[in-house]
Design a protein around this ligand. Structure first.
Ligand code: HEC
Length: 120
């Protein structure tokens, strides 16, 4: 094999081949962007904390298969997202994002909220 062939074909394949041909690992950052772009945040809140329009998805995030299933076959008020709108890789990114949302702090650890209890 001559050096020209190596540098123009083999080396770029080694560098970029896996990214181009294989599926990339799920990314929290891309997941957050997709969660915002396709509008999940409008019903589920920017951190998946939930709102009047959608249930909380964090901090007790469902297993990845359950989330993917719900997105594809939502039986209720939530819109269905087919593959053309949201790929499996994008769903995996969203799951990574939801799993990365940290637990909220204990309200008693926040001085100004100390002693305040909703509904008591
Ligand atoms: C128009 C509002 C709306 C949008 C947009 C929306 N959802 Fe939902 N989602 C809901 C509602 C409401 C539910 C509760 C179940 C139901 O009524 O269908 C739900 C349920 C879910 C559940 C199941 C939660 C559980 O605990 O059972 C998951 C997972 C979920 N949504 C993820 C997403 C993701 C990811 C997106 C973006 C791709 C999204 N949703 C976009 C309204 C929405």
């Amino acid at each position: 094999m001559n050096i020209k062939y190596f540098s123009s074909v083999i080396a770029p394949l080694c560098l970029f081949g896996f990214g181009a041909f294989g599926q990339e690992d799920p990314s929290v950052e891309r997941g957050e962007q997709t969660f915002m772009r396709v509008g999940c945040f409008q019903c589920h809140g920017t951190n998946g904390q939930g709102s009047e329009a959608g249930t909380a998805l964090t901090p007790d995030t469902l297993p990845p298969e359950a989330i993917a299933n719900f997105i594809r076959f939502s039986p209720g008020r939530m819109p269905v997202y087919p593959e053309e709108i949201l790929s499996d890789a994008e769903i995996a990114d969203i799951v990574a994002y939801l799993e990365a949302v940290p637990e909220p702090p204990d309200p008693d650890s926040i001085t100004v909220l100390k002693g305040l209890k909703v509904g008591e």
